[in-house]
Design a protein around this ligand. Structure first.
Ligand SMILES: *[C@@H]1O[C@H](CO)[C@@H](O)[C@H](O)[C@H]1NC(C)=O
Ligand SMILES: *[C@@H]1O[C@H](CO)[C@@H](O)[C@H](O)[C@H]1NC(C)=O
Ligand SMILES: *[C@@H]1O[C@H](CO)[C@@H](O)[C@H](O)[C@H]1NC(C)=O
Ligand SMILES: *[C@@H]1O[C@H](CO)[C@@H](O)[C@H](O)[C@H]1NC(C)=O
Ligand SMILES: *[C@@H]1O[C@H](CO)[C@@H](O)[C@H](O)[C@H]1NC(C)=O
Ligand SMILES: *[C@@H]1O[C@H](CO)[C@@H](O)[C@H](O)[C@H]1NC(C)=O
Ligand SMILES: *[C@@H]1O[C@H](CO)[C@@H](O)[C@H](O)[C@H]1NC(C)=O
Length: 491
């Protein structure tokens, strides 16, 4: 723990943290055409959404390729907003901003409760990012972000940890008792810090800071820096699950990223993140018996699950970022290794990765399904969940790896990825998620009904920026939220 506290202290005393991006990075000749291909893919998908579901996501017919069910406020419009700005789509961006300024957050259009987590990262995050991307003078957009923030703040309900669901009509938390998840409760400090910064109301950051600080200082961890995934209203941990996967992921992500947007003024965030990574290296990181891959496993009740979900692949980019910023080459190298191992899961019939996989670790016995033994020997993983729900995390980590190393293998990976998206997610209109990534022939029957809004916020933005001028939205000037909305590290 000595190295951890030394680095955190150095940063607290004002040492410059290092850059994430490799200096002098230049794009290969192939990048321009690939960037255009991503741009056109985005426009095809977004225009299909505009034509059939604009602002009425929940009301749209459940036809393949253009619905998203997030309370009827037009999640795709919000989530697309920063991407439209970055792609220079001025007319579509202005249309989206005009829409976002005018959405009435006093009521939901659906009978569902409002997810505190999803609404924070998709709606609040996108509005604050668009506000920063356009020079921080759009008072109407900020005013609507504030109205949404006031509704979401109800979720804290006098507790240290917010509830998972809110009734917006009555401005009351929906308490179904018990624990929230770490990710659900503690992936909001970037958004609420920005809301406090621009509105001047410190309550927003105080609420989010209390949650994050209570969790980060929880003495009853499973491993140092890794509390259980469940978290009670008073911040006490619940259960025994630890992982970098869904339900846990963006809590760990925000320890580093909130540290970065506040320039590591408070050493708690970076030191807790480093402690969590060190515990993960010791306890969760495992190498495969075939093909020399390295994956992050999960544990429950002290028992390993030798598998990983695609969501956990964000860790590759997160460790690359943290390894660079905190001068930890060992963590940086492992971030690259996790990224490469996640990229290897895209060796499927469609060229897109599965939602989950397993493997046999080098240090323990684990059985491989007989039917997948040959596949495992060849690839170093076997598939446990065949779907590709337009998840961005593997492209995200490849993007960090590209900007940090300049290795063109990441360009090649993204170039194959955008082609696979165009060939297998193309639907009757726009794009749709894939049920079975192992199928190598396009089929409507292999597609799901709902296109998540993070297709526009994350998949398209990471792929576009992969092929864009590295000085545009540089990782040394912007920090991405968990929904890939860029924010300025100026706190
Ligand atoms: C909120 O109110 C609207 C009417 O304004 C209604 O359509 C919707 O179902 C209500 N939602 C909830 C969760 O009560
Ligand atoms: C913000 O400032 C820019 C640059 O001065 C200007 O072009 C833009 O119209 C302003 N936006 C708003 C919403 O006032
Ligand atoms: C600041 O925001 C909190 C949370 O929404 C709200 O309760 C409070 O009234 C606000 N304070 C001011 C001065 O607007
Ligand atoms: C938190 O709440 C739980 C459940 O009510 C309780 O058992 C525990 O003692 C509380 N912890 C603290 C530190 O207050
Ligand atoms: C697992 O692989 C990583 C990266 O190649 C390496 O640094 C580490 O030492 C390996 N661990 C074991 C237990 O072999
Ligand atoms: C496994 O990969 C690591 C780097 O990722 C490399 O250093 C090591 O030599 C490889 N081991 C084998 C047996 O290929
Ligand atoms: C999607 O692309 C595949 C591969 O190019 C093609 O076979 C299929 O007809 C396309 N589907 C639609 C609905 O355009």
């Amino acid at each position: 723990m000595l190295a951890t506290s030394t680095i955190a202290l150095a940063l607290a005393l004002g040492a410059q943290s290092a850059n994430v991006q490799k200096s002098g990075l230049t794009l290969p000749a192939s990048a321009a055409a690939n960037k255009e291909l991503v741009h056109q893919t985005f426009l095809t998908g977004y225009n299909a959404y505009r034509q059939f579901a604009f602002g009425h996501d929940d009301l749209a017919p459940k036809t393949r390729g253009f619905t998203d069910p997030r309370n009827g406020w037009g999640a795709s419009i919000f989530d697309a907003m920063p991407t439209l700005n970055i792609m220079g789509e001025t007319t579509l961006f202005n249309e989206a901003v005009t829409f976002a300024r005018g959405v009435d957050f006093s009521h939901t259009k659906t009978t569902d409760g409002v997810s505190f987590f999803e609404t924070t990262i998709r709606y609040l995050g996108s509005m604050l990012s668009a506000y920063e991307l356009t020079g921080r003078n759009d008072t109407a957009l900020l005013a609507n972000a504030k109205r949404l923030g006031d509704k979401l703040a109800v979720g804290w309900a006098g507790q240290k940890v917010p509830v998972g669901t809110i009734n917006f009509n009555t401005s009351t938390p929906v308490v179904n008792g018990g624990a929230n998840s770490l990710a659900g409760a503690a992936s909001n400090i970037m958004e609420f810090a920005k809301l406090a910064q621009y509105t001047g109301n410190q309550t927003y950051i105080q609420l989010a800071d209390t949650t994050m600080r209570t969790i980060a200082t929880n003495p009853n961890t499973i491993f140092p820096g890794l509390p259980p995934q469940g978290v009670l209203p008073n911040g006490t941990g619940s259960g025994t699950q630890v992982s970098w996967d869904g339900g846990y992921d963006s809590y760990l992500e925000y320890l580093l990223k909130y540290g970065r947007i506040t320039n590591f003024k408070d050493p708690l965030w970076a030191s807790t993140w480093l402690t969590a990574v060190e515990s993960s290296i010791t306890n969760l990181l495992k190498n495969t018996t075939a093909q020399n891959r390295t994956y992050l496993t999960s544990m429950s009740g002290g028992i390993h699950n030798y598998g990983m979900g695609d969501l956990a692949c964000f860790a590759g980019g997160n460790w690359i970022m943290g390894g660079k910023l905190l001068n930890r080459d060992d963590i940086f190298q492992l971030g690259l290794k996790i990224t490469d191992s996640c990229m290897a899961t895209y060796a499927t019939g469609s060229g897109l990765g599965p939602g989950g996989w397993g493997f046999a670790p080098t240090d323990a016995g684990a059985s491989i399904p007989v039917a997948q033994q040959a596949f495992y020997n060849q690839h170093g993983f076997f598939i446990t969940s065949t779907d590709y729900d337009v998840r961005p995390e593997v492209f995200e980590s490849a993007f960090y790896a590209w900007r940090a190393t300049g290795d063109t293998k990441y360009q090649d990976f993204a170039a194959s990825g955008i082609r696979a998206i165009r060939s297998f997610l193309n639907s009757t209109v726009g794009y749709a998620p894939l049920n079975d990534v192992t199928q190598s022939v396009w089929s409507l029957n292999n597609q799901g009904n709902d296109l998540e809004s993070f297709f526009f916020a994350e998949v398209m933005k990471y792929l576009y920026l992969m092929f864009d001028d590295p000085s545009h939205i540089s990782l040394d000037e912007w920090v991405f939220t968990t929904e890939c909305h860029p924010m300025l590290p100026n706190l």
